[in-house]
Design a protein around this ligand. Structure first.
Ligand code: NAD
Length: 486
């Protein structure tokens, strides 16, 4: 289909599906075929203003709804999401490219966020001390903060928005979501189902578009807080501009996740885990394994197993049976990835598996096969930069000390994994590694909804992370009441 024969999707404001105040659109592609599947409006600041007005008005009544009643709507929503699980996963695969199985897993992660948020009556309870002095008591009461703006990336169209809006809304806030313009379709289905669950008008709004919508949210005087997830330069920009406008901001950013494989590790498990973590979702995960530091003594054997398993990966359209590796998101992202592969060769790394040669990488759509470099050093751009594609770099190290020292030189610090059987190594790793989310003998240690998503350094700007108690704190503010009984 061409761009002119497909529909332009609508914004969702005050419970209505509305056109944006602009004719400007961008094509949305199915990355597995290159077909245009929809157009997304590149909305303006006027559209943002309209949505924020609706959200501000809705806030006045929504914040008064008793917390258990708000939670009940989330219980209904959870059931609807479960009922529509496969339909939602299919939309994710079509617009993002990841395999249907992975998309189902992503939907599960989103549902878990709704389940966690449905515990709001307990989560929102305050603390009391009945006796702070003779006849005096104090207590903490928790309230919503107002209108929250959410800005999300292309790689998790279900899970990342679900880190934000269920908790924000159940705690009494109203929400304006700006989904990625590259994967905007699922958000509209999420809104339809939330409406079906009984959510009042204006509580959840969607404004599609790009940087103008982002700036509109960052500058709007009636937006109290911004939750952002995306690449490092944009996260830093959003954090700086949002906080300059005196908003509460959490900005989750890019990553370069390191795995360390020691000689006592179960090498078969390490190779399987790292393979899944490096090439699952075509490496387009903020928790993707992108660098491995392997102990020299087992490096050859580890790499041999990794390459062997990589050769067995089925590449193709994520909706097809057995496919593990789907396309990257866009043609220009594929080109950028191929440039990094060329650069890695020029920088002197050893290309042990070249994903450019896979037959399936030549088909229509934006495919790159699993690519593995050996002898990568920290001076190389392929070690330093987030490539966000199925490209894995391996460095050889003498021991755990050297591996940790190397890892800690990265500017990013999202996830890090250690493969070992030795408890002492685990302790040393836990205590000295710079990363917010650690794994031992697992490849993608992405925390579940009730734990914080905890990046450090250039992988996160802000104080309170997404999810867990941090998420609750981010979307609420407190009053402390001190009473003298006379
Ligand atoms: P991106 O930064 O290009 O886009 C994220 C959002 O910001 C989108 O909604 C986009 O419209 C908007 N945006 C992009 N450029 C902008 C600009 N110049 N001004 C204002 N807004 C702008 O990110 P992406 O490519 O969609 O997503 C991939 C990135 O997200 C990777 O770097 C990945 O590591 C990161 N990510 C991080 C986490 C985490 O938890 N730390 C989770 C998922 C993804």
């Amino acid at each position: 289909m061409t761009q002119t024969t497909v529909k332009t999707i609508l914004n969702y404001i005050d419970g209505e599906w509305v056109d944006a105040e602009t004719d400007k659109t961008e094509a949305v592609y199915n990355p597995a075929s290159g077909d245009v599947i929809a157009n997304v409006p590149i909305s303006t600041e006027e559209d943002v203003d309209r949505a924020v007005k609706a959200a501000s008005e809705a806030f006045e009544t929504w914040k008064e709804v008793p917390v258990p009643k708000r939670a009940r709507i989330l219980f209904k929503y959870q059931q609807l999401l479960v009922d529509h699980w496969d339909e939602l996963a299919e939309i994710v695969t079509i617009e993002n490219g990841k395999s249907f199985k992975e998309a189902q897993g992503e939907v599960q992660r989103g549902i878990e966020n709704v389940e966690f948020a449905a515990g709001a009556p307990t989560l929102m309870m305050g603390d009391q001390l009945p006796s702070i002095a003779d006849g005096l008591e104090s207590g903490v009461y928790r309230y919503p903060i107002g209108v929250v703006g959410g800005i999300t990336p292309f790689n998790f169209p279900m899970m990342v928005p679900a880190w934000m809006f269920p908790m924000a809304i159940v705690t009494g806030n109203t929400f304006v979501l700006k989904p990625s313009e590259r994967t905007p379709l699922l958000a509209n289905r999420l809104a339809e189902l939330f409406e079906e669950a009984g959510l009042p008008k204006g509580v959840f709004n969607i404004v599609h578009g790009a940087h103008e919508v982002v700036n509109g949210l960052l500058d709007h005087k009636d937006v109290a807080a911004i939750s952002f997830v995306g690449s490092q330069p944009v996260a830093k920009y959003v954090y700086q501009r949002g906080t300059e406008n005196l908003k509460r901001v959490q900005a989750l950013a890019g990553a370069k996740n390191h795995s360390i494989v020691l000689e006592d590790a179960n090498l078969g498990n390490a190779a399987t885990q790292i393979l899944n973590a490096a090439f699952g979702s075509a490496g387009e995960r903020c928790m993707a394994a992108s660098v491995v530091a392997v102990e020299e003594s087992v490096a050859d054997s580890f790499i041999e197993q990794l390459v062997q398993k990589a050769n067995e990966i089925k590449i193709g359209n994520g909706l097809d049976e057995g496919v593990f590796l789907g396309p990257v998101i866009r043609e220009n992202h594929k080109e950028r990835t191929l440039e990094y592969i060329e650069l890695g060769e020029k920088e002197g790394a050893t290309l042990v598996r070249d994903g450019r040669n896979d037959k399936e990488a030549q088909r229509e759509g934006y495919f790159v096969g699993p690519t593995i470099f050996d002898n990568v050093t920290k001076e190389m751009k392929i070690w330093q930069d987030e490539i966000f594609a199925p490209v894995l770099s391996i460095s050889r190290v003498k021991n755990l000390n050297e591996a940790i020292e190397l890892t800690n030189q990265s500017r990013f610090a999202n996830g890090a994994c250690l493969f070992t059987k030795d408890g002492g190594n685990v302790r040393q790793f836990r205590e000295t590694i710079d990363a917010g989310m650690l794994g031992v003998n697992i490849g993608v240690p992405a925390p579940m909804a009730f734990f914080p998503f905890s990046g450090w350094k250039d992988s996160f700007y802000g104080d309170l992370h997404a999810n867990g108690k941090d998420g609750l704190e981010f979307y609420t503010r407190k009053k402390v009441l001190t009473t003298r009984w006379v």
